[in-house]
Design a protein around this ligand. Structure first.
Ligand SMILES: Cc1cc2nc3c(=O)[nH]c(=O)nc-3n(C[C@H](O)[C@H](O)[C@H](O)COP(=O)(O)OP(=O)(O)OC[C@H]3O[C@@H](n4cnc5c(N)ncnc54)[C@H](O)[C@@H]3O)c2cc1C
Length: 540
């Protein structure tokens, strides 16, 4: 469905699908257009919003947009002037896609952050600049519902949703994109004309493919999303029934061991027991089907290894189930441990977490595991987590339990193909100063390469690995120095969905105006090796 920019997106130009959720009538006019150049004191605020201190962009201009119509104008201008464009929402990208020095025009959607219910269409509309914290708060306090998204409240929906989105409620309710009804996107045709398109799960033909491409195909790739529309499949009626309802409170346990109390053998045994327990309870038929569980393997310099798990506090026998979980894990090794338990109102548990330090430099590498680490890999983890001193106190490996409802969805039902994985793993180095960069990168790259030594240094999809998660992008996967598997990065991220994503790309961004090092490229520009260096056709 195409929407007229001049009409505020409310008028239908073609197609028969229902109209976009109306914007609040009679409210204040939207902010902007605010167009900011390097001489403006606000420029530095907007060009340093990125979470990863390794990257700072230097665009000619930043468009702080307040409406989809302003996005149309900014995008059309960039296409006309053949300038490289990028869009930023929450700024949590792991890589420098938005802050690439080649980007000349930055569209910042962070002031478009409304969350509203449309009673006529029976859906929720979330503007693409909203943060997860804002979305959780408004959806829950307003209507008692939520989305099963990530745990960091300052992540933006702009990138998070387009990449799939998982969090503490995902084993119970699936991924965020499993509840994505539609997208409103500014796209650009071959002539450089920009327009607003709404594409939904109920659309047909190319428009349905545009919706599908946004269910895991990644941000910064097809256009500028201005709004996401949410309604769970099959849901209708009152707002409280349109999206998942979170538990009123969560019962959580936190288990901790000190590195000094674990020798190599005990560490390997602990990981073996942890992995085996989670494998047994990954399915939707387990009494632990709704358990969220994370393992933090901090570097030895941080002192600790922790397991955090939680269940709906109102679930019958929640306390008993958590006690049994704790007993099995703590029984794995003879080392002393600490355990704390708490019951917390749900929204507090989501918004009250420790905030990640923004502005620090980091490099994170993703693996989706289909089976637990084997003993060789546990040994590699032990070696690296004990290598180096205080400068690695903020490095670590973070493992999140997947499975449950996530794995009940067909791999091609959404563009997010990883529907058979047990754990999502993030291997991370995090540091403060430029002079540390080389050593920190070497640590995390070495760890990852050795973990995946049997498959060319990367998690090639097989019986043990699912691949990597697109919302945790890592340009090393497209670099032959670090990926010697012969399997392209696109397979690691998109598996069998890549070709279909390329077709959507060809149709909806024929100029490849929206691109970065790991964006889906049209076939003629696709390089399995060198990120972002296809033939230099087109306007940039
Ligand atoms: C501390 C931290 C915790 C995280 N926790 C989780 C988690 O629990 N679960 C999980 O699934 N992920 C998690 N992530 C990953 C997160 O989902 C991705 O980094 C996500 O892409 C961030 O989106 P953003 O809008 O904040 O970032 P941005 O940097 O603004 O954008 C990321 C990408 O999306 C594009 N993009 C942004 N807005 C738009 C738009 N409106 N239209 C089109 N493209 C757009 C950008 O161009 C860029 O390519 C976490 C990341 C961090 C840093």
């Amino acid at each position: 469905m195409e929407l007229s920019a001049a009409s505020g997106g409310a008028a239908l130009l073609g197609g028969t699908a229902a109209q976009a959720a109306p914007r609040p009538a009679g409210g204040p006019p939207p902010l902007g257009p605010v167009v900011i150049g390097p001489a403006d004191p606000r420029y530095v605020e907007l060009t340093t919003r990125g979470h990863n201190g390794r990257f700072t962009g230097s665009p000619d201009v930043v468009h702080l947009v307040g409406s989809a119509e302003q996005v149309v104008r900014a995008v059309e201008e960039a296409a006309r002037d053949r300038k490289r464009i990028a869009v930023r929402s929450g700024g949590h990208c792991f890589e420098g896609f938005v802050d690439d020095p080649a980007v000349r025009v930055l569209v910042d959607v962070s002031e478009m952050a409304a969350v509203s219910h449309d009673p006529e269409r029976e859906l929720f509309a979330v503007e693409s600049g909203a943060t997860l914290g804002r979305v959780y708060r408004t959806l829950y306090l307003g209507w008692g519902v939520t989305l099963p998204g990530g745990g960091c409240p300052t992540v933006g929906v702009g990138g998070h949703v387009a990449g799939g989105g998982y969090g503490a409620l995902s084993r119970r309710y699936g991924l965020v994109v499993d509840h994505l009804y539609g997208v409103e996107v500014v796209v650009v045709d071959r002539s450089g004309r920009a327009r607003i398109v709404e594409a939904t799960r109920d659309s047909t033909g190319a428009e349905r493919e545009l919706w599908w491409a946004h269910t895991g195909g990644g941000g910064g790739t097809f256009g500028v999303v201005t709004r996401y529309l949410f309604r769970s499949p099959g849901a209708s009626g009152a707002p409280g029934g349109l999206l998942p309802r979170p538990p009123a409170a969560v019962r959580s346990v936190s288990l901790g061991w000190q590195w000094q109390d674990l020798d190599r053998e005990a560490f390997v045994r602990l990981l073996r027991v942890h992995g085996d327990w989670h494998r047994r309870h990954a399915g939707v038929d387990s009494p632990y089907a709704e358990l969220s569980s994370g393992l933090t393997l901090g570097h030895r310099a941080s002192g600790r290894i922790t397991v955090d798990a939680a269940l709906d506090a109102s679930r019958p026998r929640a306390g008993e189930l958590l006690d049994a979980f704790v007993a099995e894990l703590t029984g794995a090794v003879a080392a002393p441990y600490t355990v704390t338990a708490a019951t917390t109102p749900w929204l507090k548990s989501v918004l009250g977490g420790v905030q990640w330090p923004g502005g620090a430099r980091f490099k994170s590498k993703s693996t989706l595991l289909r089976t637990p680490w084997n003993d060789r890999q546990a040994g590699v983890l032990h070696t690296y987590l004990n290598r180096g001193g205080e400068e690695f106190a903020t490095a670590g490996v973070y493992l999140t339990f997947l499975g449950g409802r996530i794995n009940t969805v067909r791999p091609d039902a959404t563009a997010m193909p990883h529907r058979d994985c047990l754990f999502s793993v993030v291997h991370e180095a995090l540091w403060g100063e430029e002079r540390q960069t080389e050593g920190q990168l070497a640590w995390v790259r070495g760890l990852y390469r050795e973990l995946h030594a049997d498959t060319g240094g990367v998690p090639v999809p097989d019986e043990a690995n699912g691949g990597a998660y697109l919302n945790y992008p890592d340009t090393d996967l497209a670099d032959p120095r670090w990926n010697t598997s012969g399997v392209p990065w696109s397979t690691l991220y998109h598996r069998g969905n890549h070709r279909r994503l390329q077709r959507a790309k060809e149709r909806w961004d024929p100029l490849d105006l929206f691109h970065h090092a790991l964006s889906v490229r049209p076939p003629e520009r696709f390089s399995s090796r060198r990120p972002g260096r296809g033939p230099t056709l087109g306007p940039h």
